[in-house]
Design a protein. Sequence first.
Lengths: 141, 141
Amino acid sequence: MREEDLKQRLRARDLRITPNRLQLLTAVDGFVGAIPHTKLQADLASMDRVTLYRTINSLLEGGLIHRASANEQETYYALCEDSCQADAHQHQHIHFKCDTCEKIYCLPMRQDLHLNTGAFKVRTFEILASGQCEACASLEK
Amino acid sequence: MREEDLKQRLRARDLRITPNRLQLLTAVDGFVGAIPHTKLQADLASMDRVTLYRTINSLLEGGLIHRASANEQETYYALCEDSCQADAHQHQHIHFKCDTCEKIYCLPMRQDLHLNTGAFKVRTFEILASGQCEACASLEK
DNA sequence: CTCACTAATGCAACAATGTTGCATTTAAGG
DNA sequence: CCTTAAATGCAACATTGTTGCATTAGTGAG
């Protein structure tokens, strides 16, 4: 994505445009799948560790990125769709972790999920899946 | 659940029966929903912090309990069904966190979920949902 | 362009969570 | 009982995330 587009996204959410934020967004955008926090820290080593946490938080709150958890300690981040609101992320997708290459992918939901949970009113949900990704499956053949 | 049943579960998975393990299982079993780690630590304060981690690990590996993540820092644990194998948990259920009382419930899946993810082969999945639980909904009326 | 104001940053310190090594104790089978 | 391997407790360490505060920098107004 062009830097100007990233700046535009920041402006759209009333977030100041700073080198750190652009660096972070570029790193997230450039990574295939959701990027692990440790990788962010390694790639953005010039940025203070605390600043990284706070920058991530700003972008999370601003709805520019989202957390893609994977049922582990490590947390992952990915860019949001344009349609995401600051307070209401529109993520009807699956966070898929490949058992082989360990990448985290955000896959679209192709089925309208109807969570039938009786008297429990579901407001949001997230699906964590694991298995084998497309790339690793084709390598195996 | 009776203590004898808990012992039986330990034996079934070739795990030694120790007071710590029985305490832990009793705490998990007695809690409504999945129990947070912090609550376990508070309730089992007599147990060494490290021993708690290791005991949890043994029971996780033995398939007696499972982790119920909730897209947060805190981790939660719940008893497994009898049918769970040590290496393959049969959890086609939803981990539901109530926004009001913050309890974590393990709800059964009433719908057969067909994850249509193209060339991505799904092996396991977990659903994290949030909303309002039955108890909190009825209180509100 | 400059100024003023607020938000962002960097640093230090702290807090919470989880792990490893090692010596000691204990469960379980003979 | 006795033996043996597993479980436990303690100390130390590692990782991850947070808070306070002084300094710097982005932004909008003039």
